[in-house]
Design a protein around this ligand. Sequence first.
Ligand code: HEM
Length: 214
Amino acid sequence: MTAMTRTRRHLVLAVGSAAISVGAMALAPAGQELDRLSFVTAWLCLLLFAATLLVGPLHVRRTGRLPGNHLFRRDLGIWCVITGMVHFLLAFKVSMNLEYMELYVRGARQWPAPEVRELMYRWAVLGSLLIAALFVLLLALSNNFAIRLLGNRWWKRLQRASYPAFALTVGHSIAFQILEVRSAWLVAAFVIITVAVVVAQYAGHARLRGPGRT
Ligand code: HEM
């Protein structure tokens, strides 16, 4: 893999994420540009997260071995963290205010009851702080220096922080999908993405534990 190929890949991911974000903002109703950007960067993060977690199982399926330090997976992961952190910063502004609480949490008329909504909101925000901390750790691990410093074994152990980070992201997303009464197709897309990651990861681990393996 040449440095040029990786540079081009980062450029594609950067320009792609920026174009989708700018396009979504341009199409948003007046005054709702930041809400739209928060939503789009959240979904970009989820898609890139899923893609990152699918690289390993696909590699195992093709070769029967763990991928180790896989540069494509690393680059996808870096852009998952960048888009997730943009959403993280924006979400504080667009959803931590009285107007949001009145519309979706305390004042909402739909199921579930306001007390349950408030609990969901609190846990989802708390979970997101943990995700952000795990993202910072994962970003710090995404370079050769970290691998040399920690050694393969510890690097791999710490890199498994991506699993709790994904589980927390799924929990956080479910909470906001309920609070914001997402449309059926967004719920369906979310379920397909999550199930694909869980099934692929399970199949990958099962194959590695299969007959003839330690
Ligand atoms: C790095 C941390 C975070 C990640 C990975 C993350 C991920 C996500 C994802 C994947 C969704 C899509 C679910 C959907 O609404 O359909 C979402 C939605 C949402 N998240 Fe986060 N989130 C993070 C931090 C936060 C924080 C700190 C807040 C609030 C203070 C927050 C508030 C929201 C809100 C309000 C939505 C609904 C959609 C929107 O208007 O943006 N998120 N998040």
